[in-house]
Design a protein around this ligand. Structure first.
Ligand code: LMR
Length: 333
């Protein structure tokens, strides 16, 4: 009798652990939040604030585990893990969803957005919000956009003009748009996971990269990049995502509270990100290890013109309507 009970109980436990349901009334819902950056970055801070607020307000009902720095899953496997419900929250950069939707490629188009405010306006408008839902048929639901910031070029020399980049090998995120951006100007690129970027630059596998100030600083990428060109040439923002079958199985009242916490955390992350990047830029400059050069308005315009064919190349993937909606956010209305 006891043996039968154990056998039945183990079967039930095995089923429960593979189930996508979060609705067991007795056990707390466990949300594993995995990401690839350091704690002291906009995304890292956002994940920790989410954990803190959930534990304050839903302690006992929901537990949050934060796994930073690719310690649980990395670029290569995190989205598949989410689709299998092995992890419940991620915030990959928008460049990393290409396999699941081409529409998000709009965020990687080089020199499309003037600045992070323009990116923010696009994310808040109807077309931007619609993209949060663009991957539901692939078991990925977008809950919010989180800012990191604008990407900067880094490498052995200043990249004031597109010609300056010719012949360099860049580490890039897994994005066909970013690959096309460098191919357009005679550079090569390698799609390398974030966790391996510093080693790839140290070993000389690649000589150059592009990232935000907070990632250049927290991953020590600046220590092996003699010059950073402040190009602000593309967004590196995140989509906070979950598995829709997991997310919608959370009891309604609890999910509503979680969504309210996400709104609060999103507001905090998006207000702090620019300041964090500004501070990390200052920290990099203060080390004296790297020279920082900024593009003039004319230099930036020349880059933008050189990159327009890349926008055209990806327009059929992204959709003309989305591209238009992104272009007009540069006018501040
Ligand atoms: C990168 O791979 O460079 C970034 O997407 C890392 C991150 O999540 O900020």
């Amino acid at each position: 009798m006891f043996k039968t009970f154990i056998a039945v109980a183990s079967c039930v436990l095995a089923l429960a652990s593979t189930s996508l349901s979060a609705a067991d009334a007795t056990a707390p819902i466990v949300i594993k939040f995995s990401h690839v950056v350091a704690d002291d970055t906009p995304k890292g801070q956002g994940a920790l604030l989410f954990k803190k607020l959930v534990e304050q307000r839903l302690g006992g009902q929901v537990q949050v585990e934060v796994h930073p720095n690719s310690s649980l899953f990395g670029d290569a496997d995190e989205l598949e893990a989410l689709r299998k419900n092995e992890v419940q929250l991620l915030a990959p950069s928008l460049a990393k969803f290409e396999q699941y939707t081409k529409q998000l490629q709009v965020f990687d188009l080089p020199f499309l957005f003037d600045d992070l405010d323009a990116v923010n306006r696009f994310q808040k408008r109807a077309k931007g919000r619609q993209l949060l839902r663009s991957m539901e048929s692939n078991d990925i639901v977008g809950l919010a956009y989180w800012h990191n910031g604008m990407r900067q070029f880094s490498g052995p020399r200043a990249l004031r003009t597109p010609k300056d980049a010719a012949g360099l090998a860049f580490r890039i995120q897994p994005s066909d748009v970013i690959e096309a951006q460098f191919a357009r100007i005679g550079a090569t690129s390698a799609k390398i996971p974030f966790a391996e970027t510093l080693a790839a630059l140290q070993s000389g596998k690649v000589q150059a990269s592009e990232n935000t100030w907070s990632n250049l600083y927290s991953q020590k990428l600046y220590t092996v990049q003699p010059v950073i060109t402040e190009s602000n040439h593309g967004a590196l923002d995140y989509m906070l995502v979950s598995n829709p079958r997991f997310w919608y199985s959370i009891p309604h009242a609890t999910r509503t509270q979680l969504e309210a916490i996400i709104d609060e955390v999103t507001f905090a992350v998006n207000h702090a990100a620019e300041e964090q990047n500004r501070a990390d830029r200052e920290r990099i400059v203060a080390t004296g290890k790297t020279q920082v050069v900024s593009l003039s308005a004319e230099e930036r315009q020349a880059w933008r013109e050189a990159m327009r064919p890349v926008w055209k190349q990806f327009e059929p993937n992204i959709g003309e309507d989305i591209l238009k909606a992104a272009e007009i956010v540069n006018r501040k209305k």
